[in-house]
Design a protein. Structure first.
Length: 194
């Protein structure tokens, strides 16, 4: 059985301001660093064979902070980069609502392409690390697209907004991927220091 924990990166200033990031490379803010630290502390007692990260700095920084507590090699994989939001990148929620009320942003990566890329990514992980426990640090829309592709409709993932630094568990068992849990935030129950 290959077990994967998909970790959404910690918060950035653009997350806090509800600006769409996509492929724009925005670093973690102080809250995001705290979230990543808490994630590492939460995951440290479990065995992890490898940590894989998106190439964007907010994911890599989250991975590095987790690796202060989890002892495993770090691998960067482009498959887990965030969705390209095209002309909407950098826009606030209000700007997007005004210009694109139907959420169809010009030049945006299609959902089907995003899901295909993420599915290919976890298949590469399964092929490279069979029967291993893997942490993948990635992005909200990318993880959401993957979970939606893998989960039964009754799980309610489609309407769930994934929180920064949330944990999402999938495993390859009996010849198929199964979503065991998603949007887990019990490790973030304390408030971030101000």
């Amino acid at each position: 059985m290959t077990a994967i924990c998909l970790v959404r990166h910690g918060e950035t200033d653009w997350n806090a301001a509800k600006r769409i990031q996509g492929r724009t490379d925005i670093p973690l803010n102080d809250t995001g660093k705290w979230q990543a630290e808490q994630t590492g502390l939460y995951l440290k007692d479990a065995h992890w064979d490898v940590v894989i990260s998106s190439p964007l700095s907010r994911a890599k920084e989250t991975a590095h902070l987790i690796l202060q507590h989890v002892h495993a090699p770090l691998v960067i994989m482009d498959d887990f980069i965030e969705r390209d939001y095209g002309d909407a990148e950098g826009m606030s929620f209000e700007e997007r609502q005004k210009l694109f009320p139907n959420k169809q942003y010009p030049n945006m990566e299609p959902l089907s392409a995003l899901q295909d890329r993420m599915l290919e990514g976890i298949e590469k992980v399964r092929a490279t690390y069979p029967d291993k426990r893997v942490l993948v640090v990635a992005h909200g829309a990318a993880i959401h697209a993957l979970l939606t592709a893998l989960a039964d409709e009754h799980m309610g993932i489609q309407d769930t907004r994934l929180v920064n630094a949330c944990l999402n568990y999938v495993e390859w068992t009996d010849g198929e991927w199964k979503v065991n849990d998603y949007n887990v935030v019990s490790h973030l129950t304390q408030s971030a220091p101000s």
